[in-house]
Design a protein around this ligand. Sequence first.
Ligand code: SF4
Length: 185
Amino acid sequence: MRTDEPLLLHACCGPCMTTVYEQLQSEGFAITAFFYNPNIHPWKERERRLRTLSDYTDSMGIPLVIDEEYPLEENIRMLLDAENRCCACFEDRLSATALKAAELGIENFSTTLSVSPYQNQSFIIEAGSAAEEKTGVRFIYRDFTESYRESVRISREEEMYRQPYCGCVFSERDRYLKLRSPGQV
Ligand code: SF4
């Protein structure tokens, strides 16, 4: 692989970005971060996570592309209609990332979602592979879960905001009811 191969990295938040960025960069990818997360409810929470991410990318000199759309009604409808809301959520975000990479002429895409030991990795792989098939942009999957603890350590040390729930309004409720989301293992 050449050492500057471009990659669009779907970023869910600042803390997850830290070690994923370090690992992909050490493999030689030239990374642009992409924020597309209409599943983060409500608006203020989305803003808080985005601000944490952009503070981090600014400090590291990482280009950041932000999707400013926030189709809340459509997102909630999609999650409610889905057989498995987390699969639909992964598919939506990874498909949008692959499409954006194609638009920008970037040949590879990946996601910070796979750093979480709580997410079902096979659902992420399925969603990324489907997006690759649809767009022709190569999905770079890595199981980053081993670096999760390190990402927690860095984010605490850097005093980053760490969110207390996955993102959607259902997961915000479920943390109090001690329920597991259908995308969690
Ligand atoms: S729990 Fe997380 S992954 Fe599942 S639908 Fe909600 S925001 Fe998406």
